[in-house]
Design a protein around this ligand. Structure first.
Ligand code: ADP
Ligand code: MG
Length: 395
């Protein structure tokens, strides 16, 4: 079986094509094209709202935004991925006044206005290579590409402090305008990702540390598999996991599970069996993130693979957020030489990652595709998980 990967494309070619499209649509060239990537989390799942750390990396698959100012107060938004766009005025940008996909774009303009930034009218056009709804954070890629473009329009020089402001605005756009719960990991790595690195993000104080992460240098590859499954019909699964974590923290008398000092001993203090298992996932996952940071520093990728395995089992058995498709990817990659594999993201579908010898990637992907075909599931998508740069200007 020949396996096609979802192409990240050539950033120069994509931004040239978007510039041509923008110019045809709006009768003038954009002031620039700005890109921001999708992401995968290497390890540290459902720890963000428990004040723990996670370890995401930026993908080569990005969203591209072209912008130009207008001489009136209108804002227009269009996307290659969407049939209909949106148009309104600067004054109408606020929660509840925009709907559909454009909320992610209009939301960023609104959130930066809340930070005191002022904008003239704008035309915005986007194109993307990040699969939508695969748990790879196309939403943050969209917000962050637009946010970087807006900084340019506002004449702001983009340093780390400004990037942090942009992250904050993108989170507000997603939570308050698009109405989607997000912890902030996605926007942070979309802004601060660095090629050849993973980003250790401490969700208690939002500090970040770049850690060397270069599988190709070890003749390995991180294969990302989009299961194209989505079993969560409502937000029930996420909300109930959060509630269980809060109950565990209450039972232990701490403000968050991050504050637990004796991670092994604490579990005895939780009487409810299900809540105890939920807490066990979070507490062991926090320890695994600490260990993953150490093994990345040491370049011990076999040890990283073992942490992936333990993480997946913890999410499958204790946190109960995996599903048949995710387990099938993990089991199949494991049987085809993976050093480790795990589901990534919130769970109940979305994507999985596998750390594989480069020479074995195609065979493992083919085996996964065959497993899916045999079980009558829609064909999965495959992406090369090359650690890539965060938001940047392309032209
Ligand atoms: P994920 O971030 O995991 O891909 P989300 O549900 O958080 O999934 O975000 C997906 C939504 O983001 C889409 O339904 C759409 O509204 C918006 N979106 C993402 N990328 C684009 C794009 N290129 N063009 C238009 N809308 C997009
Ligand atoms: Mg999202």
């Amino acid at each position: 079986m020949s396996i096609e990967h979802v192409a990240a494309g050539d950033p120069g070619e994509i931004s040239d094509a978007l510039t041509t499209r923008f110019t045809a649509l709006h009768g003038r060239a954009p002031v620039g094209v700005f890109a921001a990537p999708g992401r995968v989390n290497l390890i540290g799942e459902h720890v963000d709202y428990n004040d723990g750390s996670c370890l995401p990396m930026a993908l080569p698959h990005a969203t591209y935004a072209a912008l130009a100012v207008r001489d009136d107060d209108r804002v227009t938004v269009s996307s290659v991925q969407q049939e209909s766009g949106w148009a309104g005025t600067l004054g109408t940008l606020r929660p509840g006044r925009v709907d559909g996909w454009a909320t992610y774009v209009a939301g960023v303009v609104w959130a930066l206005q809340q930070e005191g930034w002022t904008f003239p009218g704008l035309d915005v056009a986007v194109d993307s290579r990040v699969p939508v709804g695969a748990g790879l954070s196309s939403s943050a890629a969209l917000e962050c590409s637009v946010a970087l473009g807006l900084a340019h329009v506002a004449g702001v020089e983009v340093d780390d402090e400004v990037r942090r402001t942009l992250v904050r605005a993108c989170i507000r756009a997603e939570v308050e305008v698009a109405g989607a719960p997000t912890g902030g990991m996605d926007q942070t790595v979309a802004m601060f990702g660095l090629a050849g690195h993973a980003l250790l993000l401490d969700c208690r104080d939002w500090t970040t540390t770049q850690l060397p992460w270069d599988p190709a240098a070890h003749d390995l590859e991180l294969l990302v598999v989009d299961t194209r499954a989505s079993h969560e019909l409502t937000d029930g699964g996420y909300a109930s996991r959060r509630a269980d974590c809060e109950e565990a923290a209450r039972a232990l008398g701490v403000s968050s599970l991050r504050e637990v000092e004796d991670r092994d001993g604490a579990l005895k203090g939780i009487s409810d069996e299900r809540v105890r298992r939920r807490a066990r996932h979070v507490l062991t996952e926090m320890t695994r993130v600490d260990e993953a940071a150490e093994v990345l520093r040491a370049g011990d990728y076999a040890a990283l693979g073992r942490l992936f395995e333990a993480s997946h089992e913890s999410m499958r058995d204790d946190f109960e957020i995996s599903c048949d498709e995710l387990d099938a990817v993990v089991d199949t990659c494991r049987a085809h030489g993976a050093l480790g594999a795990r589901m990534t993201g919130g769970g109940f579908g979305g994507s999985a990652i596998a750390l594989l010898p480069r020479a074995g990637v195609d065979a493992a992907a083919a085996a996964v595709a065959e497993t899916f075909a045999t079980r009558g599931w829609p064909a999965p998508g495959f992406l090369h998980g090359v650690p890539s740069d965060g938001a940047r200007r392309l032209r």
